[in-house]
Design a protein around this ligand. Structure first.
Ligand SMILES: NC(=O)c1ccc[n+]([C@@H]2O[C@H](COP(=O)([O-])OP(=O)(O)OC[C@H]3O[C@@H](n4cnc5c(N)ncnc54)[C@H](O)[C@@H]3O)[C@@H](O)[C@H]2O)c1
Length: 336
């Protein structure tokens, strides 16, 4: 197949590009490189520098690539930033996605896998969360993504677009060559690893009095390789619309368990700073992934805490400056 991957220079998109190239698909990447890394794009994929907000450019890229399907990862992804700068989130995530979908309609491209998020649920009433639970996002990031799901629903009914909106909970881990290097980094595992590497002073735990076994918040982590596997399965099943699908393991891990795992893997003690709870952070957020198992035949095989932490640690050991060194200095991420 010929696949267009938006956000293919980012953390998850770059792993998807790598896996698609490895299985023999033709891949083109659309990315503005705002928060991605050119050197994370696997050799063998075409690259188009383009901003989703530029409708004419997006239309030209889609026409030029003429893909069989689109994997749409590109987005702004930081909740606090979305509260401060909602215009960025609605313009990139919602309006930018609409530009992409209009370009697809124009070019007759009928299949898309969209990166959605557990943030569309807001603060869920019951756990584990199911796809048909109410969606009441509590920040512009979640709202901007939910709006895209609504556009997809309407386009599917009206124009026969076939889509899957994969709702990720938390994503972690690395491959040998591709890792998580966000700036700013807000995700718990890379932050803890950067503390272990001495790149940050201390690891902040926000809330130690939640009604959970150790008092810290519980989240549902999926290894990036398992997450990408779900995308490939969805791509291959887009003869019909699949709708919203949760991707999680149902087995949550607490922030304290992550600190323990990072200490064990790195054999270093983490300086920890105990902070108050953050507003809007639910005590526990875990997915019911029955639909992913039934519809996609998906079973995560790498999503255990030791493997997620050790793969991330190994990547940071090999790339102590992340992707920030020049291509020539990071040969492991290119030239394969
Ligand atoms: N990482 C997670 O834990 C997680 C959880 C839930 C959902 N998601 C979703 O998964 C997707 C990928 O997440 P990630 O962690 O890989 O993010 P990332 O920030 O690493 O990658 C996003 C990519 O999109 C590109 N991009 C951003 N704005 C753009 C624009 N206007 N035009 C073109 N390209 C643009 C960036 O340059 C970057 O390469 C996002 O849609 C995110 O909302 C991620």
């Amino acid at each position: 197949m010929r696949i267009l991957v938006t956000g293919g220079a980012g953390y998850i998109g770059s792993v998807a590009v790598d896996r698609l190239v490895a299985r023999g698909d033709e891949v083109a990447v659309l990315d503005s490189l705002w928060r991605g890394h050119r050197s994370a794009i696997a050799k063998g994929a075409e690259f188009y520098a383009a901003d989703l907000r530029d409708a004419a450019r997006v239309e030209a890229v889609v026409r030029d690539v003429n893909p069989d399907a689109v994997l749409h990862f590109a987005a702004a992804t930081l909740v606090p930033e979305s509260v401060r700068e909602p215009s960025l989130y609605f313009s990139i995530n919602t309006s930018g996605s609409l530009n992409l979908l209009m370009a697809m309609l124009e070019a007759g491209v009928e299949r898309i896998v969209f990166s959605s998020t557990a943030a569309v649920y807001g603060v869920p009433q019951s756990m584990p969360v199911r796809e048909d639970d109410p969606t009441q996002p509590i920040n512009p990031y979640g709202q901007s993504k939910r709006m895209v799901e609504q556009i997809l629903e309407a386009f599917s009914l009206a124009y026969g677009l076939r889509y899957a909106a994969l709702r990720y909970f938390n994503v972690a881990g690395a491959t040998e060559y591709l890792g998580e290097d966000h700036d700013p980094e807000t995700h718990v595992i890379p932050v803890a690893i950067q503390v272990a590497m001495g790149l940050r002073d201390a690891f902040g735990i926000y809330g130690t009095d939640y009604p959970t076994p150790d008092g810290t918040a519980i989240r549902d982590y999926v290894h990036v390789l398992d997450l990408v596997d779900a995308h490939l399965r969805a791509l291959d099943r887009l003869d019909e619309t699949l709708g919203a699908i949760n991707l999680g393991t149902r087995d949550g891990v607490s922030v304290r368990q992550i600190v323990d795992a990072v200490e064990q893997v790195t054999e270093r003690e983490l300086p920890v700073r105990l902070e108050a709870r953050r507003e809007g952070d639910p005590p526990s957020l875990v997915a019911d992934s029955t639909k992913a198992s039934d519809v996609l035949g998906w079973t995560p095989t790498h999503s255990n805490l030791p493997e997620m932490v050790s793969s991330a640690w190994d990547w940071w050991q090999r790339h102590p400056a992340g992707y920030s060194r020049s291509r020539a200095e990071v040969p492991s991420a290119v030239g394969r």
